[in-house]
Design a protein around this ligand. Structure first.
Ligand code: RFL
Ligand code: PHB
Length: 394
């Protein structure tokens, strides 16, 4: 088999790249190890920056998003028992949208299959070869047969645990890594959200976040120890901890309880690979970098990478040479490092560190107070949270 761009991984990055390339008249094949059901039901990110909503809408995928997305003009920071609203829209003119990652993935898969384009699930033994040649290859097994796809370019969109990053000789990469001394316990519950907008709470018992998926589905997160055993968290313990960490001085109770439909623990890590290219292989999304989820940047960064990469690939096929392909990694990494900085900052500001001394605690609370009281402080949070302007190659 032969294609122009071979895409490894059917997460938001791989599927969006296939979609943008198709609209530009460029062929691709998407190869994924998991099943369609698994990929469509994996609950992960929930918050889209304006640029992500814009690209989905502009390319024909906005219909359900417009109907089911929840558009937020602000966000609440809660500490010392009081809530403070940051007016994202008033400060930046932009808003954020709650629309589950799996909904984005479902919309992209539906569009690809409706167009009759190649998207292969449950492929095994995926391997890359000839990355330094003009015709690199992807080999894999499917339905007990061996397959080989000859490509011009390969996009490694196979997430943090994928194989593409490992296909690059380690000596050609520099990696930056930070593992945090805590994790997030996340639940999805059949209960109305705590409030119209998200609440990020800093509390001496640890961080908590109240978010949502729909008017009847809440998503909540609690900071826990990295080695925490989920079996130690009964429903009652989860609700009690959420009530405690979200508590307000006025005694108002906001978290609505309901049947817990899904629960899980996620480690927290910052990780970057440089450069995001080796020969004909281009890494994008979690395959190249991950952030702790506090700033809600992971999926948004994956989408930003893809927008830059898609334009570079279009320029390549339009006969404009490899200049933009060469610039891809540098342009993408500028945004990646800004998002790393912001995610690290939000994480440090809102979480409880085991060995935090009272001085550090006071300084963090003072910084939160500054963000909430000073227009300049609020703007620093707001412009990063809604997403800094996207730099696209020209
Ligand atoms: P994905 O989604 O991991 O997709 C990679 C795909 O590749 C497949 N795969 C392979 N395919 C072929 N061959 C192989 N060898 C393969 N190995 C793996 C996988 O099965 C998968 O289908 O990466 P992508 O596309 O780069 O997307 C990145 C996002 O998924 C990730 O950054 C976000 O989920 C992070 N994240 C958040 N991001 C946000 O922008 N906003 C949020 O609110 C937000 N909240 C979160 C999050 C991540 C979380 N967890 C669970 C890590 C909240 C949480 C709790
Ligand atoms: C989510 O809705 O899952 C979500 C929202 C904001 C975050 C992280 C996760 O910072």
């Amino acid at each position: 088999m032969r294609t122009q761009v071979g895409i490894i991984g059917a997460g938001p990055a791989g599927l969006l790249l296939a979609h943008l390339l198709h609209r530009a008249g460029i062929d691709s094949v998407v190869i994924e190890t998991c099943s369609r059901t698994y990929v469509e039901e994996r609950i992960r990110a929930g918050l889209l920056e304006q640029h992500a909503v814009d690209i989905l809408t502009e390319t024909g995928l906005g219909e359900r998003l417009r109907r089911e997305g929840m558009f937020h003009d602000g966000v609440e920071l809660r500490f010392d028992g009081e809530g403070h609203r940051i007016d994202l829209h008033g400060l930046t003119g932009k808003r954020v949208t709650i629309y589950g990652q799996q909904e984005v993935v479902k919309d992209l898969i539906a569009a690809r299959l409706a167009a009759g384009l190649p998207l292969l699930f449950e492929a095994e033994g995926i391997a890359l070869s000839g990355l330094d040649d003009p015709r690199p290859r992807i080999t894999y097994q499917s339905a007990d047969a061996e397959h080989s796809v000859e490509c011009d370019l390969i996009a490694g969109c196979d997430g943090f645990h994928g194989m593409c990053r490992g296909a690059i000789p380690p000596a050609r990469l520099t990696t930056y890594d930070r593992v945090y001394p805590f994790a997030w316990l996340g639940i999805l519950a059949a209960a109305p959200p705590a409030a119209h907008e998200l609440i990020y709470a800093r509390h001496e018992r640890g961080f908590a976040l109240a978010t949502m998926r729909s008017p009847t589905l809440s998503r909540h997160y609690l900071q826990v120890a990295p080695e925490e055993n989920i079996a130690a968290w009964s429903d009652d313990r989860i609700w009690a901890e959420l009530h405690a960490r979200m508590a307000r001085h006025d005694g108002a109770r906001q978290i609505n309880e309901g049947p817990i439909r899904q629960r899980g623990i996620t480690a927290m890590r910052s990780f970057v690979t440089e450069p995001m290219r080796h020969g004909r292989l281009f890494l994008a999304g979690d395959a190249a970098h991950i952030v702790p989820p506090t700033g809600a940047k992971g999926m948004n960064l994956a989408i930003a990478d893809i927008r830059v990469l898609a334009l570079a690939i279009e320029a390549f096929y339009a006969g404009r040479g490899e200049g933009l392909l060469d610039a891809y990694s540098t342009i993408a990494l500028r945004r990646v490092w800004n998002a790393q900085r912001f995610s690290w900052w939000m994480t440090s500001l809102l979480h409880r560190f085991d060995h935090e001394d009272p001085f550090e605690h006071k300084v963090r609370v003072a910084e939160l107070d500054y963000i909430c009281r000073s227009p300049a402080g609020a703007m620093t949070l707001a412009e990063n949270y809604v997403g800094l302007p996207l730099e696209l190659p020209v």
